[in-house]
Design a protein around this ligand. Structure first.
Ligand SMILES: [Zn+2]
Length: 246
């Protein structure tokens, strides 16, 4: 393949721009925020589940407390009613009086027991409510950290997009100055090796860093200026410049 030396040199500008584009793409894939977002998302999901579990437990205890309080109330009402009957003097038979008094005593004892149950549930409920409050606070804190990391990621991505757009614009301009067949070869090599063209610098291919043999250097010296050369080692297009050491 033949191409004017100036067109061949433009390949080096193209390779430089392509390496910038590659670096930007690498930066996009390896943003530190991505790892933070991943970690915080998992933590947030775990905390959200724990909040639901804690809220369910607190809700169950709230219902349990209501039920226990209504049990207390029922016993109290019955004890009050018995007490009123006793105080009214309507019950006169000694046997009925004894039975009524005994029932009042046992109702008061029952009420005391049930009140103990209410207190015990209230303590458990208080602990459960505290757990909900703590978990909600932690979950919201992680949510805020996650949002902040997402904002930083979005800002970084927007910056990378902008830079990539600018570099791509310049690349289009440079590519326009390169003959179609040479550009096609460059693109094919870029796809295969990541870099399509390299400078011959001081007798060394800048693509693979391998020093060319004397025989190879002699072959290149003898080659016409417009011949498109390839590195024997890495197969990239080898571009001759003033610094090639020829
Ligand atoms: Zn090479």
């Amino acid at each position: 393949m033949k191409a004017a030396p100036e067109a061949q040199k433009r390949l080096l500008d193209l390779a430089e721009l392509d390496s910038v584009i590659d670096r930007l793409a690498h930066r996009r894939r390896t943003l530190p925020e991505l790892a933070v977002i991943d970690e915080k998302s998992k933590l947030h999901a775990r905390l959200a589940t724990q909040v639901i579990e804690a809220e369910t437990e607190a809700g169950d205890l709230a219902r349990e407390q209501t039920k226990a309080e209504s049990d207390v109330e029922a016993v109290r009402t019955r004890a009050d009613r018995d007490q009123k009957r006793l105080d009214s003097g309507a019950v006169t038979s000694p046997r009925d009086l004894a039975s009524l008094q005994s029932e009042i005593v046992s109702l008061h004892k029952r009420q005391g027991d049930l009140e103990e149950v209410v207190l015990e549930i209230m303590e458990r409920r208080e602990a459960a409510d505290t757990k909900v409050t703590d978990l909600v606070a932690k979950r919201d804190e992680v949510r805020a950290e996650l949002s902040a990391a997402e904002d930083r990621r979005d800002a970084a991505l927007a910056e990378i997009e902008k830079e990539t757009g600018e570099v791509q614009g310049r690349r289009t301009g440079v590519a326009g100055e390169i003959p179609a067949d040479l550009l096609k070869l460059y693109e094919k090599l870029r796809e295969q090796y990541g870099v399509g063209a390299a400078m011959l610098h001081g007798g060394r291919c800048q693509g693979c860093k391998v020093a060319l043999s004397i025989a190879e250097m002699n072959r290149i010296k003898a080659a016409p200026h417009d011949e498109v050369l390839r590195c024997e080692e890495c197969r990239r297009i080898l571009v001759r410049t003033a610094e090639s050491g020829l």
